[in-house]
Ligand binder design. Structure first.
Ligand SMILES: Nc1nc2c(c(=O)[nH]1)N[C@H]1C(S)=C(S)[C@@H](COP(=O)(O)O)O[C@H]1N2
Ligand SMILES: [Mo]
Length: 313
């Protein structure tokens, strides 16, 4: 992976919106008494977009940001999703043919209640909440956005893992006809796969995500069902998941298997441990690419540091 910052991106004046506009807008509307009006209008117009049913979900204020929320156009217009293209600003233009409904997720392996879930059913049934998290890519850029989802632990409880289950393996959809990057990058071991240790998966920060900016998740951000583990480099937050397997032995992960020297199995954000080809001490916040220091565990140290030894990489 290379750090490539295309020209023109840094001066997005035409579309720029004020800092923090996303939650401010909701707060301002609420203060003016307009949220009720919005809800009334939504009820009066049920046919307008039935898919937005559970969105926006209630904001969980526990996970506060130390920086403004990234503008929506930037978070949905600058993506890593190699199954489509390596060009971050073109992913959104390539995802059109990708079919995300209906969508099944098979949960299998060392569990007492294996089950194939329908994502629409999960969205209706699970305790959706909105959380604003930082996302730090291993390539030293970052964003901060409102995800909608539910803790992984809620799904794990439903499938009831056996005592031998020590890891969780996750796999992305493999649809070469709809994902042109699979054919143009045949050297990657598709489908994309990732894994977490059971205690990492049970951590309160670990989310399954179905929404972004109070709406269903856009395809370029991993619709309809992805992982978000904000204390790890973005590559761990696998998109468009179709399979989850519980195992006794530690499963491989795509980036660690492909380039183990550069991409650790844990891939925890660590400003003191440089990547083989660049420092991880700073990051550039999209879209202005403002340089800020990178925080240990991406700022989530108090939630996750207890799970690791210094040598875990
Ligand atoms: N299936 C799949 N998941 C993936 C990737 C990918 O290429 N394929 N890229 C990862 C990387 S490197 C990052 S930084 C994040 C980017 O998520 P975003 O586009 O929503 O910001 O997705 C991760 N999940
Ligand atoms: Mo990344």
């Amino acid at each position: 992976m290379l750090i490539k910052i295309p020209r023109g991106w840094e001066v997005p004046e035409r579309e720029a919106v004020p800092e923090g506009a996303y939650h401010n807008r909701r707060a301002i509307l609420k203060a003016m008494g307009f949220v009720g009006l919005e809800a009334l209008l939504a009820q009066a117009l049920p046919a307008a977009d039935t898919k937005t049913g559970p969105y926006p979900a209630k904001l969980n204020p526990k996970y506060e940001l130390d920086r403004p929320i990234t503008e929506e156009w930037a978070a949905t217009g600058y993506n890593n999703f190699y199954e489509f293209t390596l060009d971050k600003q073109r992913v959104k233009d390539m995802v059109g043919p990708f079919q995300i409904s209906p969508w099944k997720v098979e949960v299998t392996g060392l569990v007492n209640k294996p089950k194939t879930y329908d994502v629409d059913d999960l969205v209706r049934r699970m305790p959706l909440e909105e959380r604003t998290y930082r996302l730090r890519c291993v390539e030293a850029w970052s964003m901060a956005v409102p995800w909608t989802g539910f803790p992984i632990s809620a799904l794990i409880k439903e499938v009831d893992p056996k005592p031998e289950a020590k890891f969780m393996r996750l796999v992305t959809a493999y649809r070469p006809k709809e994902m042109p990057g699979i054919g143009s990058q045949p050297h990657y071991p598709w489908p994309y796969y990732e894994a977490l240790r059971m205690d990492e998966a049970m951590n309160e920060l670990a989310l399954f995500v179905t929404g972004l900016f109070g709406k269903p998740l856009p395809k370029q951000n991993g619709a309809p069902f992805r992982l978000i583990v904000p204390w790890k480099y973005g590559l761990k937050s696998i998109k468009s998941i179709v399979k989850i397997e519980f195992t006794a032995k530690r499963p491989g992960t795509l980036w660690n298997d492909a380039q183990g020297v550069e991409y650790g199995w844990y891939s925890n954000v660590n400003p003191n441990r440089p990547h083989a080809r660049w420092s991880q001490a700073h990051e550039k916040v999209i879209p202005a690419m403002k340089r800020v220091p990178t925080l240990m565990y991406n700022g989530y140290e108090k939630y996750v540091a207890h799970m690791y030894k210094e040598s875990d990489f």
